[in-house]
Design a protein around this ligand. Structure first.
Ligand code: MG
Length: 361
């Protein structure tokens, strides 16, 4: 198959600030694979925390180009394994190739990806809508932007996060989820979990640093709120050490490296009796769509990356009653958008604390 690689930039409507980083733009990469006159599309959404940037994605795809171009999208599961053996890590780069091959197969066989996976959209849970870090009053004001969403995910892990979650709980009438992005210590997490229990928070994502499994297990014992591992769970290999330590895991294609590996995590977590959340990076409708076709298979959906940006270059997802539904068209069901809204603007911020806990492979 023929590989084409196209870098592009997207802008969140508000600066996207979490415990360790703040961005007003994201440099992602579109991947196209062509075979038999059919083109499949995928998106790489690199994260410096996992050792990737747009530059490493472009370099990884060039390094993998011979293996990709020797392969056939109909043999995507073998290709996913071959690419991982050739270049471990680089999950965003590899997952874009995987998604493009799955898109190609859906187009080749005339079926949306979720149908090829044996899943129907009737069981898709509602997505959460993320409120990123800002001044507590500003975070509470953003609840008004989340009109039709049935869950809110509040980013914590900063000075003033307790005031922010209290204010949000006062003005929101939907269940709240919290993501600390590894930003708490064991002692501060214990105190904050008491508050979150009082506020009826539905789950907490990654309260402690990724490597602190002992701390995560202690928090899980001390609180009735489900603890979900995100930064601690990259691939299916992480599941064995997380079983009994956390209640569930957050699966993201950009971490897993392929749709095949994401399915392995989902099924492995199920086998271990764990909850499964499906998450995303800040990515366009193209990248979110690849994940959205897996959403019938999970307990919690957090696929709002495309809804947080103002200049989405693709269309194909629907938001119905708070659920992100994939298109019924073949493959990922994504098309280039005809027109674009003005995104971002203002001074560019791109500050990230890169891979402290997991270096670049
Ligand atoms: Mg998270």
């Amino acid at each position: 198959m023929k590989l084409r690689v196209v870098p592009f930039r997207i802008h969140p409507r508000h600066a996207f600030t979490i415990a360790r980083s703040s961005h007003t733009w994201y440099d992602n990469v579109r991947v196209e694979v062509e075979e038999e006159g059919i083109t499949g599309f995928g998106e790489a959404a690199p994260s410096a925390f996992y050792g990737e940037t747009q530059g490493t994605v472009l370099a990884a795809l060039e390094a993998l180009r011979p293996a990709i171009e020797e392969g056939h999208p109909d043999e995507v599961r073998a290709l996913e394994g071959a690419l991982e053996r050739r270049l471990g890590g680089n999950g965003a780069a590899r997952s874009a190739v995987s998604a493009a091959c799955h898109d190609w197969r859906g187009k080749r066989y005339g079926a949306p990806l979720h149908r090829l996976l044996g899943a129907g959209i009737a069981t898709i849970p509602p997505t959460s809508f993320t409120i990123a870090i800002a001044a507590p009053a500003e975070m509470a004001a953003r609840v008004a932007e989340a009109g039709e969403f049935r869950r809110l995910k509040v980013k914590m892990g900063f000075e003033g996060d307790e005031e922010a979650i209290r204010r949000i709980a006062q003005v929101s009438d939907v269940p709240l989820r919290v993501d600390a992005n590894a930003g708490w210590t064991r002692s501060s997490a214990l105190r904050k979990l008491d508050l979150l229990e009082e506020l009826g928070v539905e789950l907490v994502e990654q309260p402690l640093p990724a490597a602190d499994l002992e701390g995560l297990a202690a928090l899980r014992d001390a609180s009735s709120i489900p603890v979900i591992a995100d930064e601690s769970c990259v691939t299916a290999r992480d599941l064995a050490r997380l079983a009994g330590v956390v209640d569930g895991v957050n699966v993201k294609l950009a971490k897993a490296g392929s749709i095949g590996e994401a399915l392995r995590i989902i099924e492995g977590a199920r086998a271990l009796g764990m909850l499964v959340m499906l998450g995303c990076m800040i990515e366009s409708t193209l990248g979110i769509s690849a994940a959205a076709h897996l959403s019938p298979l999970v307990d919690y959906v957090d696929l709002d990356g495309h809804l947080l940006i103002g200049d989405d270059p693709f269309t194909g997802l629907r938001l119905v009653d708070g659920c992100v539904l994939p298109s019924g068209e073949p493959g990922l069901g994504v098309r280039p958008a005809d027109s674009r809204e003005d995104g971002g603007g203002g001074e560019d911020i791109h500050v990230e604390e890169a891979g402290k806990e997991r270096g670049r492979p």
